[in-house]
Design a protein around this ligand. Sequence first.
Ligand code: GLN
Length: 517
Amino acid sequence: MAELTDLTVAEAAAKIAAGEISADEYGDAWRAAAAADELNAYLWTAEHGGEGEPDWTGAGESAPEGEGESTPYGANPPAPADSGPLAGVPIAIKDIFTTQGIPTTAGSRILEGYRPPYTATAVNKLTAAGALVLGKTNMDEFAMGSSNENSGYGPVLNPWDRGRVPGGSSGGSAAAVAGGLAPAALGTDTGGSIRQPASLCGIVGLKPTYGAISRFGMIAFASSLDQCGPLTRDVTDAALLLGVMQGKDPRDSTSVGIEGGIELPSREDLAGLRFGVPRELGEAALDPGVRAVFEATVARIEELGGEIAEIALPNAEHGISAYYVIAPAEASSNLARYDGVRYGKRAGGDGDLIEMYEATRSEYFGAEVKRRIMLGTYALSSGYYDAYYGQAQKVRTRISQDFGAAFGEVDFVITPTSPSVAFGLGEKTADPMSMYLNDFFTVPMSLAGIPAIAIPAGLAAPEGAGADAPKLPVGFQIAAPAFAEQKLLEAAHALEGALGFAAAVGDDAPWKGGSRG
Ligand code: GLN
């Protein structure tokens, strides 16, 4: 069994298609692995299926009127296809994606017990390609966070060291893949929530171009930034999942898809490609261990024939400030719908309507969500709108222009993914600013709407820890122009092969059962 779960998604799918392994045995192995979750990575797993519960295929026994029936939201999810590029592959889904009949909470108590009447397009595309829903993964409430400590259902533990955070907000998805509890997972990234947890857990995380994958059925945080993407063990699997999920969706008018689709990457060198290192990186606050891995990776790029150039992103340093106006502003509007009437839980109810709204939102929203709603409504209020929201939008435009200018000179922009390795549980919860700075390197790409991938590049000891302290994964980020995903995946594939991270970690990898307690 252990060997089955060692396969990548691409390998397993090929073996299932060739009849070399049985889809049932493969699915059972993963179902057992997910059920044995000790990381609080899952909020619901297929194993929980039973009387009155939908089955784990995601087809949903509680589908209103049978499969394929048209609802106001479109067709009910089809049962997983028998054939297709993902036939027989179970995938963990961040609990922000609606899954018909399967509990969906977005990590919030306000949605406890909510069973959506329809399934997100990204999930439907996976099941139409033969994938199965393995479980729903824990996350920061409404995707607000960088450590997964903002979940209404408790924090997720990092499989490399259970005293540390897995990153957030897709922390459950990252921990599930890194911890050997899922072969691959879906996440969402608004300001870094796929790339940062992938980095802290030593796996691959891809945030595609805004609009590459439909947002239909993805519970909204900040609609102009939210984007779905895969968390996988390698770049090939990221390409496989992106290829299946991308596309224009009539139910999301901002979706466009990727012209020509996505092929599995095969490139092994970087000859003729130019990589831009932001000049501003020199002054950035960065752990020495992370900087050392970044520099070693840059040297690897040169060995592979890639050219390194200095570029300028002069406005990137204002990314966090702009993001923490724009994202909360959009969130304050998106979260207005949780009022105790239309979705999920209700508190109070003896007084008038307003009292009921207030009681419900006070009781079931967590502290970070409340902070964001206050920030957002303040920034949008008359008298402050231009000074905050309008100004932040101008910064956003400047950051996009910086990338545009950089891509006139280079093919890619490279940075570390996160300024540090995984930090301790509770270490940053009292200081929202230091938590927000986790996304210093990932937020600019989100504001610009461009694709970026995080790949594991090495290990480093946490800052301040002794030289022989256990080392933790360090991610490397590559960003590309909008819709240049194929080129991005090819470059990441070549670099991944040269870095050989998974091989170097060997049996110490948590997905092979290694853990530091
Ligand atoms: N950490 C950032 C935030 O808290 C980004 C989250 C995300 O990408 N969903 O908003």
